[in-house]
Write a protein that binds this ligand. Structure first.
Ligand code: MRU
Length: 350
């Protein structure tokens, strides 16, 4: 997507260096960070400089390729296995991370060049799949629709285009009038900081809403459709996504608002029977207790926003059961969130 008239991806690799848009600095600063070694790329994933299922999948694939390039002649196998373990330990929930590492690990048994090619392929496929999700998802969006989304499942969360926002970009490009309600998505504010930044730069009308405003807006008929992304979809259609997604799905069902999940097949985990088997990441309490912002003089500060001395509990994701999901928008079409339809994505020639 374009930023200041230039095409960017959220993450890319040139030579042995991984380049990433620093998502911890957005929306106040647009900064590209370079990771020269796989350990630097791991650090970027762990600290959420790069985040979002597809983007951390691509970054993890590049990290695995970097490990092959860095491997010493003696003790190669041990080095590669340790690197794999380290990359997989960065974040537990998004399926794309494990999918990418596994593919690059296998390819690297041929040569480090094979590993790099595979990692680049994964990134290209992610961008292509996201674009196709936009084509299918656009069919759900009528002229004049208001769409609500949670967290950031835009192009920053993938390599390009995004998932939940890809249909919105497509609809806007096709000349439809669309309006987006952006959940702020506490505690890290991926909606308020990142989705809003993306939409602002794309010229798409939107407002940021407090996380607890969705029910009220839906009860007034102000939201036509809800589209969210996914960190992992289980074989039965259960969804792991940013904390708060479950609440939105329950509210959407209450007010008869269609609730769609946009996700590529690389996010679907056929080995995971149901949502109860998905590991939910618990992050540090400071993400809840402190907030970062910019003052009127342009200075960035991190400040305590809770009662001093109180502790916080910070689960990063929740599980939405399949029965609350209207459909899954994939790169191969829109499917029902059930085992048979999900399996058909991998077995039929789609
Ligand atoms: O913790 P994050 O910011 O990596 O979580 C991202 C989300 O939950 C997104 O909604 C999800 O990844 C789907 S879009 C990639």
């Amino acid at each position: 997507m374009q930023v200041n008239g230039r095409e960017y991806r959220a993450v890319w690799m040139e030579g042995s260096t991984v380049f990433m848009i620093d998502q911890n600095e957005l929306p106040f600063e647009f900064k590209i960070v370079e990771a020269h070694q796989y350990q630097d790329t791991c650090h970027a994933i762990r600290t959420m400089l790069i985040r979002g299922a597809g983007a951390i999948g691509a970054a993890a694939g590049f990290a695995m390729a970097q490990a092959f390039l860095q491997a010493p002649k003696k003790g190669t196998k041990e080095f590669i296995l340790n690197a794999r373990y380290e990359i997989e330990a960065t974040r537990p929930t998004a399926r794309n991370l494990f999918y990418a590492v596994d593919r690059v690990f296998r390819a690297g048994s041929g040569s480090s060049e094979h590993a790099v090619i595979e990692a680049q392929d994964i990134a290209d496929e992610d961008a292509r799949d996201s674009r196709n999700i936009g084509k299918y998802g656009n069919e759900l969006i009528k002229d004049g629709y208001s769409i609500c989304t949670h967290c950031n499942a835009g192009w920053l969360a993938f390599v390009d285009y995004g998932t939940a926002l890809s249909p919105v970009y497509r609809a806007h490009k096709k000349g439809k009038n669309v309006f987006v309600y952006v959940d702020e998505t506490r505690p890290r504010g991926q909606g308020a900081r990142l989705t809003a930044w993306e939409l602002f730069h794309a010229g798409i009308p939107h407002v940021i809403i407090p996380d607890n405003a969705t029910a009220s807006l839906m009860s007034q008929g102000k939201i036509n459709i809800m589209i969210v992304g996914a960190d992992r979809v289980a074989a039965n259609g259960d969804l792991a996504n940013k904390i708060g997604t479950l609440e939105k799905a329950i509210i959407a069902r209450t007010f008869n608002v269609p609730f769609y999940v946009a996700a590529p097949c690389s996010t679907i985990d056929l080995d995971c029977e149901s949502g109860s088997h998905i590991t939910i990441e618990e992050r540090e309490e400071d993400e809840v207790l402190y907030q970062k912002g910019i003052d009127r003089e342009g200075e960035i500060h991190e400040i305590l926003v809770c009662s001093p001395g109180s502790h916080a509990f910070n689960p990063a994701f929740d599980i939405t059961p399949a029965h609350l999901i209207t459909g899954i928008i994939t790169e191969k079409g829109i499917i029902k969130p059930d085992e048979r339809s999900i399996l058909s994505l991998f077995t039929e020639n789609k």
